[in-house]
Design a protein around this ligand. Structure first.
Ligand SMILES: [Zn+2]
Length: 378
């Protein structure tokens, strides 16, 4: 009896709490009975959480991460030796089925840069202390991209050290030509992960036929294929997806629109882009979700974090077990000062992703609803 009374109290408390969210719930249509398949833009947060099926998976993606560099000076290392830099995002990342990010640097304790710098203070090469590698594991990262313009900053010793450290921690990585892609199992599903960039010793974003062949192969042996790219021109003048080849500093940075579509045609399920250091639009293509740029996420010192480069969202993509898009949730974070993601109650990332998506892909079948949801249009 006591149990029943407690249960009733619990239920009435729960209902009254739900009742507080009246501003949006009152406008909703009745909940669909057949669950997540019927999710549409009339639903909001609280209801979507109740509709997640046991087999729904969530893949959280973030952009560039460099937790501090000991080169050219240890003054570029964060307080408390970086132990707290990812504290604000650890619970969220661990809660996702999988978490992805771009490792914009390498792990190495000593060694010289692979390119010569006339003035080391103006030389942007990054060498994270090797003892920082476990921070990514503790924060919840399952997959890191090593295809970018900083993975090779300290040459082969750094590449092999970084790969060995990630292997020892059980963090899956991709993008280096010596270890181009990976497959792994989690929760009964098989995942494939591959990463591309325009940079040396990485899988080339411009070699579409080769990229397609890898994705096609991964698709034939995996349930879900995740593709990362570090591509497109950088900065505020290049925030829009042009659907053309982008050149920056004389370098072909790829046609990220064509690349993403062709990877999905070849079997990719989720595409996480980064590289421009700020946010770009999202798109739904053949029921697969594309983030064209996730911006900076955890970049300590040496990075410009002036607006809008300070926006550091976690975009959590919810899919069926075959990678079909259900919906996405934007968790809003910003970086201030020297950097490190902190919660943003102004939802700036979400607002910007909405604006960019509506501007660059007005035809796409996505709708931004509530204060952090991206849904399929009804
Ligand atoms: Zn970069």
């Amino acid at each position: 009896m006591r149990y029943i009374i407690s249960l009733l109290l619990f239920l009435s408390l729960g209902l009254s709490l739900l009742g507080q969210d009246t501003s949006l719930t009152k406008k909703q249509q009745p909940l669909p009975v057949n669950g997540a398949d019927s999710i549409n833009a009339s639903l909001v947060n609280a209801d979507i959480d109740t509709l997640i099926k046991p087999d729904t998976i969530s893949i959280a993606g973030v952009g560039d991460m460099m937790l501090g560099t000991s080169f050219p000076s240890t003054k570029y290392l964060p307080p408390n030796d970086g132990r707290n830099l990812l504290d604000a995002v650890t619970a969220l990342l661990n809660n996702a089925t999988l978490a992805f990010g771009n490792l914009e640097g390498c792990f190495l304790d000593a060694g010289e840069p692979s390119k010569k710098c006339k003035d080391s203070t103006k030389c942007y090469v990054f060498r994270m202390p090797e003892r920082y590698a476990p921070y990514f594991k503790e924060a919840g990262f399952d997959m890191l991209s090593l295809a970018n313009n900083h993975a090779g900053d300290f040459g082969n010793p750094a590449r092999t050290t970084t790969i060995a450290l990630l292997d020892s921690l059980g963090i899956h990585h991709a993008g280096q030509t010596i270890r181009p892609y990976t497959t792994f199992e989690k929760g009964g599903l098989k995942y494939g992960f591959v990463a591309f960039s325009p940079n040396s010793y990485t899988l080339q974003i411009t070699d579409l036929e080769y990229a397609e062949s890898i994705v096609h192969e991964l698709d034939s042996i995996c349930d879900v294929v995740i593709v990362s790219f570090h591509g497109g021109a950088e900065g505020i003048d290049h925030q829009h997806v042009t659907r053309e080849t982008e050149t920056f500093y004389g370098e072909n940075r790829g046609n990220v629109y064509e690349f993403s579509h062709r990877m999905i045609d070849a079997g990719a399920d989720v595409i996480f882009g980064h590289g421009p250091h700020l946010l770009r639009a999202t798109e739904l293509y053949k029921d697969r979700f594309i983030c064209y740029s996730l911006g900076n996420f955890a970049t300590y010192a040496r990075f410009s974090l002036s607006s809008p480069k300070h926006l550091a969202p976690i975009v959590e993509v919810f899919t069926k077990p075959d990678g079909t898009f259900l919906y996405a949730k934007v968790h809003n974070f910003v970086q201030h000062g020297e950097g490190g993601p902190k919660a943003d109650d102004k939802s700036q990332s979400y607002t910007q992703l909405k604006k960019l998506t509506e501007s660059d892909f007005p035809e796409t079948n996505l709708q931004f609803t509530g204060n952090n949801l991206i849904l399929r249009k009804p």
